[in-house]
Design a protein around this ligand. Structure first.
Ligand code: AMP
Length: 447
């Protein structure tokens, strides 16, 4: 090969680029935060608690797409609701379909129930879901444009026992992750028989005080007078004190239903507070509605209720159903504020250290043997030195480090190091997995 002349490097004439903070040129879209590994234990704790509660109550996993036809929500959730009127991310696909990023999970679950005739397979269907929801809100603490919900739904039976089960499962989730003092608020918003007369009474009352209403409520008065009851504006809160309450207008059947739900919840040791102003913001609710609050948060942690009319709206026939949705980010915020540590206990891990080319080449196979035995393995094989890898082992807080060097690779052995005491022993590769298991049991006992 002929020796090539080294290309001469000319000094750069352009200005040096400004030193960046290392954050790159792009940021997440406003109100749509990333979930990063720092919060992993919280997310795992909630998702695991949700799955465990779901299994104990026989709820089954149901996942619907993030995009649905915009009409599903306009019809199902209600065109005059805040969620649909102000907060939906709606757009046209290249094919011209009007779609929306789902703002909530209940209408999609009912759509799937109908589309797949799920009522034939389970009556009632008990389903759970989890995933991101999208609402174009003004971002602030506890109110994002993308957030995650855990949802429970029971579709196909109107018995109050199922309203109670949804409430109990929701509260069990809060208990499982140690939310301090979650407060359950419950109300009934009646049915098609009793609600119209209450609606009229409510309208008449607010019409007589129209001048005192906030701008939003003045607009909502004719279309959606129930929302006036949960307006947070000072004047509207004051007006509410003299407003008629639905409990005085419930028909006999709604009254009996509500009484049964409350008795069942109480029988199961869950305290509740009746809240006659709780109406929920979505059109499909009837009878039982509830929310769960924490004294440490300005917003509800969960909400739900019965929605017997959604089936009628989507399929022309009433399908009794009840459900709840828990806001995962809000639960994490409350747990953090209360100083509760995540109720997720990862399995004890080992840190694998390999020094030298030969050992490194064989290390993936050795780590594979540990993983096949159910032992999580952490490594920092990109670092060459023993010192660098042991430092990483310390940082990873693994109770054991396995050290595999040239000598060990040659002899067919591996060093097992107890990271707390520094004690080391040599195990044969032929049975090192058993040795590691025994040592891990010991270190767990010490913890
Ligand atoms: P909703 O059906 O609107 O009451 O929502 C149920 C639960 O989802 C609420 O109780 C919150 O915990 C959560 N949630 C609703 N909207 C948001 C939001 N914009 N940001 C964060 N969490 C939310």
């Amino acid at each position: 090969m002929s020796a090539q002349k080294k290309p001469s490097v000319s000094k750069p004439t352009a200005k040096k680029p400004k030193k960046s903070s290392g954050a790159g040129n792009f940021q997440a879209v406003k109100g749509m935060p990333d979930v990063i590994p720092r919060d992993e234990a919280w997310w795992k704790a909630i998702l695991e608690a949700g799955r465990s509660v779901a299994e104990l109550h026989d709820f089954h996993y149901l996942e619907t797409p993030i995009l649905e036809s915009a009409e599903l929500f306009e019809a199902g959730v209600g065109a005059a609701t805040d969620v649909v009127e102000k907060q939906m991310f709606t757009f046209r696909t290249k094919g011209g379909d009007r779609v929306a990023l789902r703002p909530e999970g209940t209408a999609p679950v009912m759509r799937a129930y109908l589309e797949h005739h799920l009522g034939y397979f389970a009556s009632p269907l008990k389903a759970y879901y989890e995933g991101p929801m999208f609402r174009y809100e003004r971002p602030q603490s506890g109110r994002e444009r993308q957030f995650h919900q855990w949802g429970f739904e029971i579709i196909g039976d109107g018995d109050p026992v199922y309203d109670a089960e949804i409430i109990l499962a929701t509260m069990a989730l809060f208990r499982a992750v140690n939310v301090p003092t979650p407060a359950l608020k419950v109300n009934s918003i009646g049915c098609k028989v009793c609600r119209p007369s209450y609606r009229e009474k409510l309208k008449n009352y607010y019409r007589s005080r129209e001048k005192e209403l906030c701008k939003d409520c003045a607009r909502r008065l004719e279309k959606n007078p129930f929302r006036l009851l949960d307006c947070a504006e000072k004047d509207c809160v004051a007006l509410r004190a003299e407003a008629p309450i639905i409990l005085d207008y419930l028909c006999q059947s709604c009254n009996a239903h509500f009484k049964s739900v409350l008795e069942l919840v109480e029988d199961n040791g869950v305290p509740y507070e009746p809240d006659p102003y709780l109406v929920r913001g979505l059109d499909y609710y009837n009878r039982t509605v509830f929310e769960v609050w924490s004294p440490a948060a300005p917003h509800a942690l969960a909400g739900g209720g019965r929605y017997d009319y959604l089936g009628e709206i989507l399929a022309g026939r009433p399908i009794p159903a009840v459900g709840s949705a828990v806001g995962i980010e809000r639960v994490i915020a409350v747990l953090k504020a209360a100083g509760v540590s995540p109720a997720h206990h990862p399995r004890a891990r080992v840190f694998f250290v390999a020094v030298g080319e030969q050992a490194k080449r064989a290390s993936l196979k050795r780590m594979g043997e540990l993983r096949a035995a159910g032992i999580p393995v952490v490594e920092a094989l990109g670092k060459r030195s023993l010192k660098g890898q042991l430092k990483a082992a310390d940082k990873a807080k693994a109770p054991l480090a396995l050290i595999f060097g040239q000598k060990e690779a040659f002899e067919g052995s591996i060093i097992v190091r107890d990271m707390a005491t520094g004690a080391q022993e040599t195990a044969l590769l032929a049975n090192f997995v058993d040795t590691v298991k025994q040592r891990l049991r010991k270190t767990n006992g010490r913890a």
